[in-house]
Design a protein around this ligand. Structure first.
Ligand code: 0GY
Length: 290
């Protein structure tokens, strides 16, 4: 792994918050192990191995029932570690893959059998080289035929430029980590209002209200500067929000979050039992197991 890569927390605390029965961690990854599933040559970072067994152990420890495993950029378009984890999890996991425009319908159908339900389009410049929009549109047309959806990852300052492209996508769109707002600017800043407007105007757009540890400038474990952003989305769009740990938290530099503390963040952003049930069970079950 890279010298500055922080490994995942070795012994997270048991959360005080008990998730509702059937809860889904809708954003997490598996990395390697590299001797079985090598990292992609084009990767921008080399992580520590974070194998499926560790993920499933964490799922059970935190009180969750299911995972949505998202292909991370360190594995490029080689989805073997993802598919291996999905097959091992049985019905307890679904996946989001990364594919190229030359992927065949047969290959997509094989991934569908394993539990893949979408693809990820990544626009974060430190993670990937840029991909022409036409390539993404070709992939979108193919995966739409299977009823899959598209997960997009971008930074808040890039949303304005991406808007016309997002409006062309023919499927449900799930935005990672609330579109990565700069939380020092506040919820009323035009950047976050643009994201709220995107969701208000386009009922096919969902958001993961995840990654307070990445967005917070306040520092480890309280993450209270992120609460207003996540609460705004949970309260305005209760049926289109998802939550995930982001385990094993690649590229965290400031600190490594305690996954138990991340679970304890949930009742601060979804304050009623009804909102928690939608966020953790009803919404992910409808999108990934429906
Ligand atoms: C995340 C965030 C990051 C990394 C990736 O695919 C990835 O490599 O998603 C990041 O560095 O912000 O969602 O895991």
């Amino acid at each position: 792994m890279d010298a500055d890569f922080l490994p995942f927390h070795p012994n997270p605390s048991k959360p005080a918050f008990v998730p509702p029965a059937g809860a889904v961690d809708a954003h997490c990854h598996v990395f390697g192990p590299a001797d079985t599933f090598p990292y992609a040559p084009e990767r921008k970072y080399t992580p520590c191995d974070a194998p499926k067994e560790k993920l499933f152990e964490l799922r059970d420890f935190l009180g969750f029932d299911r995972n949505v495993i998202v292909q991370a950029t360190c594995h490029g378009k080689d989805n073997r570690a993802l598919v291996d984890a999905l097959k091992a999890a049985g019905d307890k996991a679904r996946g989001i893959a990364s594919v190229g425009m030359d992927i065949s319908m047969d290959e997509l159908k094989e991934m569908d059998e394993a539990g893949v339900r979408g693809v990820r389009f990544n626009f974060v410049k430190r993670l990937v080289d840029s991909t022409p929009k036409e390539v993404f549109l070709t992939i979108a047309d193919k995966i739409a035929q299977l009823g899959w959806h598209i997960v997009v990852y971008f930074e808040a300052q890039d949303l304005e430029e991406l808007l016309p492209f997002l409006k062309q996508l023919p499927t449900t769109i799930v935005v990672d980590h609330m579109g990565r707002p700069d939380v020092t600017k506040g919820v009323d800043h035009p950047d976050f209002r643009r994201f709220v407007d995107l969701m208000a105007d386009n009922t096919n757009v969902w958001s993961k209200v995840s990654c307070p540890e990445r967005l917070s400038v306040e520092g480890p474990h309280a993450y209270s500067d992120v609460i207003p952003f996540a609460r705004t989305l949970v309260e305005t769009f209760p049926d289109r929000v998802l939550w995930g740990t982001d385990w094993p938290h690649p590229n965290m530099k400031s600190h490594m979050p305690d996954d138990g503390k991340l679970v304890d963040f949930i009742p601060h952003i979804a304050v009623t039992a009804e909102a928690q049930q939608k966020l953790l069970v009803d919404n992910p079950m409808r999108l990934y197991w429906g």
